[in-house]
Design a protein around this ligand. Structure first.
Ligand SMILES: [Zn+2]
Ligand SMILES: [Zn+2]
Ligand SMILES: [Zn+2]
Length: 293
């Protein structure tokens, strides 16, 4: 499978509109040295010469079946597909109903004839609907999509892959991570989804031993002091693995990657609050990186 990181940013992306912070300024104009290093790690340099982290989306191409699976529909869908020039998806998965993961779905109008959209079937007490029911309701006008509810922790087939939705922890909404495996080659991609560190053990077991792990790492733990809810889920070193209530810190994401035994880890859902001297350092991902598993 070929994994392309279409969108590696948080809900405002990097650069953030109208933001003059140092990180956003460096993203707009990295300079020749940093641009070269970003290119070497596989990042796409934009037409304007910058690097970016658009809203979250992952493209997974199955070279055996020549099908493409999309994880989440970023509001930046159009820009991402123009930038990377990838095949349009034959199927998609929606991890949860937040704007930055779902609101690009309308882009499929007149681009695809038929699109299977998989999402969890558990009723969320907050909305009174499952993710699948919300997608079905909100996009009822979109005849091209065929919403297929799936039960978490029960593997299903999509684009020739074996896919399992796993419950994670992103209060107050239900949200899911993913294990995506090629049954022929044994290649495995795990995606944390938007989550704090308190992922249930049963989900950790499904996510374990991936060739590539994409983990929510919205900010470094040092920034917890600026969140009204502070940090949570401190490790033995006293460092919070959760930022506020909804997301993992960089340290939390890396601790989880180690626990899962991930062969390779890239940190995603990155905010522009990372200091500029840390924001463009591996293992933080940038848009455009590709991995062959
Ligand atoms: Zn900024
Ligand atoms: Zn979210
Ligand atoms: Zn998000």
């Amino acid at each position: 499978m070929r994994v392309t990181l279409l969108g590696t940013g948080d809900t405002t992306g990097t650069p953030t509109v109208n933001c003059e912070c140092e990180t956003c300024q460096v993203a707009r104009n990295p300079g020749e040295k940093l641009r070269k290093r970003c290119r070497e790690q596989g990042a796409t340099i934009t037409a304007a010469g910058g690097v970016e982290r658009t809203r979250f989306s992952i493209h997974i191409y199955n070279d055996r079946t020549e099908q493409s699976l999309l994880v989440d529909f970023s509001p930046d869908f159009r820009q991402q597909f123009l930038r990377e020039d990838l095949p349009l998806p034959g199927a998609g998965i929606v991890t949860h109903i937040h704007f930055d993961h779902l609101d690009g779905l309308g882009n499929c109008f007149r681009l695809v004839d038929e699109l299977a959209v998989y999402a969890a079937d558990e009723t969320d007490p907050v909305t009174g609907k499952s993710v699948a029911e919300t997608v079905d309701h909100d996009y009822a006008y979109l005849d091209q999509i065929d919403v297929r509810p799936r039960t978490p922790l029960e593997p299903f087939e999509a684009c020739g892959f074996e896919v399992t939705l796993v419950p994670v922890s992103h209060p107050p909404l239900l949200c899911y991570g993913l294990a995506i495996e090629d049954p022929e080659t044994g290649a495995k991609l795990s995606v944390s989804g938007d989550t704090n560190y308190a992922i249930p053990d049963v989900s950790r077991e499904v996510l374990a031993d991936p060739d590539l792990f994409l983990a929510d790492a919205i900010v470094p733990a040092a920034l917890c002091e600026y969140h009204p809810a502070g940090g949570d889920h401190e490790g033995e070193d006293g460092i919070p693995r959760t930022f506020g209530t909804k997301h993992m810190t960089r340290e939390g994401a890396l601790a989880l990657a180690e626990e899962l035994g991930a062969k390779e880890t890239r940190l995603v859902h990155i905010a522009h609050y990372y200091p500029a001297e840390e924001a463009f350092e591996q293992p933080l991902a940038l848009d455009g990186e590709q991995y062959d598993l």
